[in-house]
Design a protein around this ligand. Sequence first.
Ligand code: NAD
Ligand code: UDP
Length: 314
Amino acid sequence: MRVLITGGAGFLASHLTDKFIADGHQVVGLDNFITGSTDNIAHLAGHAGYKFIRHDVSNYIFVEGALDGVLHLASPASPIDYLEHPIPTLKVGALGTHNALGLAKAKGARFFLASTSEVYGDPLIHPQPESYWGNVNPVGPRGVYDEAKRFAEAITMAYHRFHGVDTRIVRIFNTYGPRMRPHDGRVVSNFIVQALKGEPITIYGDGSQTRSFTYVDDEVDGLYRLFMHGDNDPTNIGNPVEFTVRQLAELVVELTGTKAPIVHRELPVDDPKVRQPDITKARAQLGWEPKVPLREGLERTIAYFDGVLGMVAR
Ligand code: NAD
Ligand code: UDP
């Protein structure tokens, strides 16, 4: 297959690119580097199966040659990123998804949308099955991301129903691992970098809010299976083992052996109180479930950040 991956220089898309290349496919990566990095794709430079286009997907996309798949992963994803870039976030979810769908339709390619557990907002049903419609504040600060992704899901289904495009929608839950930026702002990278630098570990609120963390290798395996074998309705891909943010902080302290103190900061507006995927569908349809427990995934991620920061903990 020859596939286009938008957001190709980002954390998740760069790992997904490696998976496609390892399986013998050709990948065209596309990115405008708003939150991505050339470091994530430097190892692919000169690879016969890889090509890169620097472009903003919110503007008309031109790609030469045949495509079998268009995987749309471009979007700021960390809360601090989409709060800093609210309009580009809305545009990439709306205009960018429209352009990527138009390209898929023109090329007769399968379309794959990276959606998010944020479409469930601050959920009133727990854990969250795909059938849950969510509890989102459209006018709050997180609305720029949540509503862009909800629109992206809606237009993806419209292209499927109206134009007959073969589409996939994945709802990704908090994923972590190597290639996250040290100052990405998300909780796993924040806690690890703070611990390794001996700086205070910042729990927002009282730390009783929960998340379910997926190691990147598991997530990418799920995305790949869904692209190849999934159906057109949304599918949750995430690790169903739920932790409080405080438990995460304590685990990072234990694994790094840091002497850094845990401190509390204000909880961001509309921060979801709980989050846990119901993965019944992914298990049954894709034979997928995560394999890497949080402790092991954190150990690998700590080793990665240790290398990136060029310093040892303690
Ligand atoms: P990331 O910020 O590392 O990657 C996003 C990439 O998209 C970056 O390289 C960025 O430069 C690029 N991009 C953004 N806007 C663009 C535009 N207009 N044109 C071209 N490129 C653009 O984030 P990530 O964690 O790798 O997230 C990838 C996708 O997965 C996003 O769509 C995100 O919403 C989704 N997702 C991720 C998670 C997670 O936990 N990592 C959870 C839910 C959903
Ligand atoms: N969080 C935290 N300290 C940090 C960063 C995040 O306590 O330094 C909390 C945040 O308030 C949220 C959870 O960790 O409750 C996950 O935040 P993240 O930004 O990783 O992603 P979200 O799940 O909110 O999209």
